[in-house]
Design a protein around this ligand. Sequence first.
Ligand code: ADP
Ligand code: MG
Length: 322
Amino acid sequence: MASREFALIDSYFKGKGHQRKDVVLGIGDDCALLAVSDNTLLAVTTDTLVAGVHFPENTPARAIGHKAVAVNLSDLAAMGAEAAWLSLALTLPEADEAWLAEFSAAVVEVCDYYGVTLVGGDTTRGPLSITITAQGKIPTGKQLTRGGAKPGDWLFVTGTLGDAALGLALVQGREQASSDNREYLINRLHYPTPRLAAGHSLRGIASAAIDISDGLAADLGHILKASHCGANLFMERLPLSKALSGTVSQEAAWQLALAGGDDYELLFTVPEAQKGALDTALAHCGVKHNCIGQLRGGEGISFLDHGQTIELDVHGYEHSWS
Ligand code: ADP
Ligand code: MG
């Protein structure tokens, strides 16, 4: 989401109206956290995908179904929550049975894989749009928020960065790639993997966490703002897939990693004292993690290439509101 949209939410919605005492965390993180009992928090998140805005019009129904669920589960992962329930609000231009069969099969497949149950929703007629609310549980005190990082903490990311943004450029005909690389990169765009097992394993280890939906620079910015810190980013350590490195220059790869959206990897900070526990905790998650920087005092992001500060103009993604 772009800075203009955050300003709108802050002006019109954040902190407005009655504030209940059982809201442990409201607007401003990957999920809201609600105290439903003395020892359990309910994590709640909503994300919408609009045709032509969040995915190209010709995207396969299977990809739309997968992605709509996955991006919501990714927000639960970013809090360290266990995913439990989904609601699906579907706006459809027409009742296309073939499309619905494919879409619903993908939704069901992701639900089965992560042990999540679809418990309700709404169906309306209009331009294609999918809104999902995902809910999950987390033991009170174990939640990972954007706000707990401290200067000196190490910055880590799961998986590789920039693949989905390059996948989108390929789909839109703005870039070319070999057929193997093309397939890999477009799959990374269409079928993101919510890092639920990693998020769960980071409980008690990470000091802050977020999922990368809007590019590394923007989402690291959210951790830094919430934690009142700055960060040094070690550019040579950014994890890039072979498909991405084999398709674009290093400079373009860095831009895609920093400013491209839709990666849905976890970005998290770990205090020095917890660094040893990290490898063991993430060993069984089926995803690699890499140290890509360190938090410091001050504010903002400094870009370092092998220890040397470099100037980088990050071309951020902004929704057009015209
Ligand atoms: P994410 O990228 O993790 O899904 P967003 O950037 O979409 O998060 O949203 C940032 C925060 O603003 C979240 O806490 C979200 O719940 C909240 N938010 C977004 N839109 C609205 C809205 N219309 N009313 C209330 N809260 C909102
Ligand atoms: Mg998020």
